[in-house]
Each structure stands twice: as structure tokens, then as C-alpha cells.
Write a protein that binds this ligand. Structure first.
Ligand SMILES: C[S@@+](CC[C@H](N)C(=O)[O-])C[C@H]1O[C@@H](n2cnc3c(N)ncnc32)[C@H](O)[C@@H]1O
Length: 222
């Protein structure tokens, strides 16, 4: 199995990229955070194929813009979302231009959390919110890896930087973001079908209760 950088990995994964147990849990736990989107300007950093931006539009966001490192992922976006290729550590966004800034399942691909949080905070208007999710450090410690199969069926692993749960609010606080909520997305009935389709119900039984996703909601200080 090859170990790939995020740029190379997502270029390869893009043609077959679809919902996984991790992303489905992530979507569920983000929904539970209950962030209002109606009339808000939403920026999705690391938006991938822009599937969550479509949800933002459906929920009444006034503006929905996505950026991602991998042009191949952006090329798979459907609908009329505004999209641009960019790195979370250097966003082509004016200061305070968005009310809601998402960065979902991205920061594990970045070693320097400070640089990423500085840009997320800068793009967010005072009083706005920044929502971050990450691959859970407990899952990484239990030996879980970020893997995918390409369209030829070959298995690859993506480089992942494990950030301990406290590292996020610490980096966020340094740039004026205060933690308001934290939730874990744990293996449960929500994702049983993903294991069943992969013929891995034995693993499902072993992993029930294991946190796969860390979700945090920050407010930008005025
Ligand atoms: C697991 S996918 C999640 C996509 C999307 N957030 C979602 O939940 O559907 C991770 C995405 O992060 C992007 N990414 C990785 N490193 C990045 C970086 N430094 N800056 C911006 N995007 C990055 C990848 O290209 C990929 O599309």
C-alpha cells in the first residue's frame, strides 16, 4: 500500500470519492451542532466535491463558496457553487468576509494547525462561527488509517497528522476563536450499513463506541 500526500491522494481518489463511514458520521455530528445557515455567508475550506456546500444552499445560505487543494475534487462538484483552488494556510479571501467558516475533515492533512486556524479566523467575521472536524486522535491511536481505493481497486493510505483534541482549541484561542461546543462522532447504527456493504460487520461489532470524528464549534471574538 502506498502512502500519498493529500495533493496526490485526492487527485487519485477524486473519480471514486463518495460517502464513507467517517464522512457519514461527520455529517451527522455536524448536524447535531445545529449551526444556523439561513441568510449566512458560508465558506467551506477543503470542500472536496462540494457536497456539503449543496446542503448549505438548501439550508438557505446567502453565499456558499468552497475552496480545496485538489482541482480534481473541485471538478467533480455539481450545481452552481462558487469554487476556487486554494490551501487552508493561504486563503484567497478578504478579512471577515464570511459568517460561517467550515473546515471539515481537512486539518489532519496539515501539520501546522496554527497557520490553518489563523486563516480560518481571518476569513470569519467578528461574532461569526468556525466549525472544524478532524479524524479523531483516538481512532488514530487505535490503529485506524485514512485509506481509499482508486478506480483500479488499488488501496492507498493518505498522510495524516494526528492532532490531539486539545491542540485545536489551543491553536484556535491564539487567533481569537473560543470553543463553544465539542462533540465526538462514534461508531454506531448510523454507519452500520457502510460496514455491512464492505463485508466488515465483525469490525463493526469491535468498533461500536469508537470515536472516529472530532467536531468543534468556535466563535470568533468581536
Ligand atoms: C476528507 S475530504 C473532505 C471534503 C469535504 N470537507 C467533505 O466533508 O465532503 C478532505 C479534503 O481536504 C482537501 N485538502 C487537503 N489538504 C488541504 C489543504 N492544505 N488545503 C485545502 N484543502 C485541503 C482535500 O483535497 C480533500 O478534498
Amino acid at each position: 500500500m502506498s502512502l500519498l500526500s493529500p495533493a496526490r491522494g485526492y487527485a487519485l481518489w477524486a473519480p471514486t470519492y463518495s460517502e464513507t463511514a467517517v464522512s457519514a458520521l461527520e455529517s451527522s455530528v455536524v448536524g447535531a451542532l445545529g449551526v444556523p445557515l439561513r441568510g449566512r455567508r458560508v465558506l467551506d475550506v477543503g470542500c472536496g466535491i462540494a457536497r456539503r456546500l449543496a446542503d448549505a444552499r438548501d439550508a438557505g445560505a446567502s453565499v456558499a463558496l468552497g475552496v480545496d487543494l485538489a482541482p480534481a475534487m473541485l471538478a467533480r462538484a455539481s450545481g452552481d457553487a462558487l469554487l476556487a483552488a486554494a490551501d487552508v494556510r493561504a486563503l484567497p479571501i478578504a478579512d471577515g468576509a464570511f459568517d460561517v467558516v467550515w473546515c471539515r475533515l481537512v486539518l489532519g492533512y496539515v501539520d501546522d494547525l496554527s497557520a490553518a486556524y489563523a486563516e480560518l479566523a481571518r476569513a470569519c467575521a467578528p461574532g461569526g462561527v468556525v466549525l472544524v472536524t478532524d479524524f479523531h486522535p483516538t481512532a488514530a491511536a487505535a490503529g485506524h488509517r485514512r485509506t481509499f481505493r482508486d478506480d483500479a481497486g488499488e488501496l492507498h493510505e493518505l498522510e495524516n497528522h494526528v492532532h490531539q483534541a486539545d491542540a485545536h482549541p489551543e491553536a484556535a484561542a491564539r487567533v481569537g476563536l473560543s470553543l463553544r461546543q465539542r462533540r465526538d462522532g462514534v461508531v454506531s447504527d448510523t454507519v452500520r450499513d457502510f460496514y455491512a456493504r464492505a463485508g466488515r460487520l465483525d469490525a463493526y461489532g469491535d468498533q461500536i463506541g469508537l470515536p472516529l470524528v472530532l467536531a468543534m464549534l468556535f466563535v470568533r471574538d468581536d
